[in-house]
Design a binder for this molecule. Sequence first.
Ligand SMILES: Nc1ncnc2c1ncn2[C@@H]1O[C@H](COP(=O)(O)OP(=O)(O)OP(=O)(O)O)[C@@H](O)[C@H]1O
Ligand SMILES: [Mg+2]
Length: 288
Amino acid sequence: MSDRAPTNSSEGSPMPHDTRVHPPVASVSTHAAVATAGVKIHCQDVSAYYGDKQALYDITLDIPDRSVTAFIGPSGCGKSTFLRCINRMNDTIPGARVTGRIEIDGQDVNASDVDPVVLRSRVGMVFQKPNPFPKSIFENVAYGPRIHGLASGKTELEGVVESALKKAGLWTEVADRLHQPGTSLSGGQQQRLVIARAIAVQPRVILMDEPCSALDPIATARIEELIDELRQQYCIVIVTHSMAQAARVSQRTAFFHLGNLVEQGTTEEIFTNPREKRTQDYITGRYG
Ligand SMILES: Nc1ncnc2c1ncn2[C@@H]1O[C@H](COP(=O)(O)OP(=O)(O)OP(=O)(O)O)[C@@H](O)[C@H]1O
Ligand SMILES: [Mg+2]
């Protein structure tokens, strides 16, 4: 499938701002398919605004547990905005407003008794540019478990750090240099360190916003292998501009355009037999 991958074409998008997306029948059958795999995140009619400008229109989407869901679509279509709805990062942007309902394990993430800081530890986020704290490798990973009281005592904390670094596939490379700065690692290692930091606080979900776009092909391959291992345990959502990457790492794909969810389905369906012309045009590189 990866050899179908286009480079993102710079052709302008003449697409009209056509909003509504799913024929009801299709979305019901998609919902049923996801339900059998175990829905982790349920999103119902989610809209997002920056001031008066609407960035997302009534997104309804179920995201399954223990698998990778890719969000694809042209720049500015709302992929990052939607990721930030899931862990309430939009709360931190002045003028940003989100409506609709998002549930994780059946719990409304916007409920008044949900502490956004705790939510964000349960819903980890990995960004395009690795962002280790200006601290040692050990402290980058130990910080979260310490503040969330997930380890009692030094030995237990060391165990938590080692386990997270192992799950992130970084342990063998850093075991003898845990007290060096996180920033002393290569870009690909830093990205795995940030993933270890997210894992260390026992997340339910890991959101990744273009996690490989600053990495070389070898580091990218390493992160993709890691994502494939992590999906045994976690619900992972990845935003990517690489169709080849979406095809390699995800089991489901959602295509966004101009703030609308145009189409979602198994990655195989979306890449081989999309229902919507806009999806077809995007994945074949006709516009980007
Ligand atoms: N902090 C912000 N303030 C105002 N408008 C914003 C803000 N962040 C995003 N937007 C707008 O919301 C829309 C969606 O942006 P978003 O960053 O979610 O798109 P994206 O799909 O992630 O794009 P890219 O692929 O380039 O990362 C765009 O029109 C963008 O200009
Ligand atoms: Mg983005």
